[in-house]
Design a protein around this ligand. Structure first.
Ligand SMILES: [Zn+2]
Length: 101
């Protein structure tokens, strides 16, 4: 799954046929993301939503599509740690509080 960022409005979304950012509709400042960039909390929350749509094997708890630099068959806890290290409120907040706000 290719995830891109619009460097004009900082929106993060899954790359699609349309080359235009769905928020600001520019097409000249879209960059591919690989997970090594620095993200704001807001961007990490967008990534968390995208992560929620990644297919996962319920028995092994491993992802069945790639996500940022994590390849297929990465255990989901490894990705939770990544969110935990990068989001200022941690992965527990994303899991339990984020969607309630
Ligand atoms: Zn944009």
């Amino acid at each position: 799954m290719d995830i891109v960022r619009c460097n004009w409005c900082e929106h993060i979304y899954i790359d699609s046929e349309s080359a235009h950012c769905p928020v600001c509709e520019r097409n000249d400042c879209i960059v591919d993301l690989d997970g090594t960039e620095k993200y704001t909390d807001k961007q990490l929350e967008l990534l968390w939503e995208i992560f929620g749509d990644i297919p996962m094997n319920p028995e092994t708890e491993e992802i069945e599509d790639d996500f940022l630099y994590f390849p297929i068959n990465t255990h989901r806890e490894e990705i939770w740690y990544w969110f935990d290290e990068n989001h200022s409120k941690g992965v527990g907040w994303l899991m339990n509080e984020y969607k309630r706000i």
